[in-house]
Design a protein around this ligand. Structure first.
Ligand code: SF4
Ligand code: SF4
Length: 343
């Protein structure tokens, strides 16, 4: 049974009511009672759903591969600085999130739904009222706590062995916004044509959450959100400061655009230096990988060994190694290139 509980926008700092330009059309998709394991992946294809937490992986393929799943995990552990869209959607679009989660759990045959969020007593107490049927599990408010592997570590007590998919351990992890999209399609008949996202300009204390039509130029979204962009002064980072990438105002909003953050170019004048072998990247990597050793192999074209490929498969490009490097070496950029070398 879905329940709607209203929580005021004042409950959530840096947020305002999400507005959608789309009127609710007539229902054109199947109701919850019609969802079953055979039809659900097709439904996800019909609405055009990909992982909206940033992965962009086709959701139907993820569902088809998931067998013997006992627990659906709603991933609301967004941890990139300046992004609050997952918790905003959890608080304000609970009806859609629940509809998407319940439909997914039914299609998977999952026995329970877990809601994973950051440690925040105030947020958790509100979510308990909104999602009384789900258990809530909290993770540290520290990047990259929302990574699938770290959520599974919390649930199973250890990092999943290399190459293990979550469903092989009985779990399927779905991002909040993806589940919202499923619920939106089920309840209102709206396919994946809109994208909730955070807008931020940290230097001025500007933080907002909005819904933008997918495909709209970033220029129009910034204007609609009330953000003034000066190309000479600001660079725009899409989808997070740690895992995101630079975009221009002519680029479109994509299904995976979790945020747009404007940064002052002034603050990006640090010069890259040589590696001083301090080992910080090794100790801070959440998976215990050796980022600089991987980068050296990529730069020297030594990418054929199984040890290298196993480590590269594990790396999820979180960017922690780059962020902590005192020599400002853009390790994650090279690691992303290294991913292309994998068979
Ligand atoms: S990006 Fe760096 S810190 Fe993150 S998983 Fe990969 S090697 Fe580790
Ligand atoms: S953190 Fe930077 S300087 Fe230190 S070992 Fe890693 S790459 Fe080298």
């Amino acid at each position: 049974m879905l329940r709607r509980i209203d929580i005021g926008w004042a409950d959530l700092p840096h947020s305002r009511a999400l507005e959608t330009p789309f009127p609710a059309p007539e229902r054109i998709f199947p109701g919850l009672e019609e969802i079953n394991p055979e039809t659900f992946p097709e439904f996800l294809d019909e609405i055009g759903l990909v992982g909206m937490g940033g992965s962009g992986f086709p959701s139907s393929e993820k569902l088809r591969a998931a067998v013997e799943v006992h627990t659906l995990v709603i991933n609301g552990v967004e941890c990139e600085p300046g992004i609050t869209i997952d918790q905003t959607v959890l608080l304000h679009h609970a009806l859609w999130v629940q509809a998407g989660a319940n439909a997914s759990a039914k299609a998977l045959g999952a026995k329970q739904v877990l809601l994973a969020v950051k440690e925040n007593p105030d947020l958790i107490s509100k979510l308990r009222k909104l999602y009384p049927e789900y258990s809530i599990v909290s993770l540290p408010d520290r990047y990259p706590a929302g990574a699938e592997k770290l959520i599974l570590k919390k649930l199973t007590g250890k990092i999943p062995p290399p190459g293990t998919r979550p469903h092989q351990l009985g779990y399927l992890v779905q991002n909040v916004v993806s589940l919202r999209a499923i619920g939106r399609a089920l309840i209102d008949g709206v396919p994946v044509v809109e994208r909730p996202l955070s807008l931020a300009m940290p230097s001025t204390g500007f933080y907002k959450n909005i819904i933008a039509p997918i495909g709209l130029p970033i220029r129009d979204v910034l204007a609609a959100g009330g953000l003034t962009h000066d190309p000479a002064r600001h660079l725009i980072v899409a989808s997070g400061l740690m895992m995101g990438h630079e975009v221009t105002i002519d680029d479109p909003i994509e299904k995976t655009t979790t945020s747009l953050i404007l940064l002052d170019r002034e603050n990006f004048k640090e010069q890259e230096r040589g590696c001083i072998r301090c080992g910080t990247c090794n100790t801070e990597c959440p998976l215990g990988l050796h980022p600089y050793a991987l980068v050296e192999r990529i730069q020297n074209g030594k990418t054929r060994s199984s040890a290298f490929q196993a480590q590269m498969n594990e790396c999820f490009l979180c960017g922690v190694c780059s962020a902590v490097c005192p020599s400002h070496i853009p390790l994650v950029q090279t690691l992303a290139e290294g991913k292309q070398c994998l068979p």
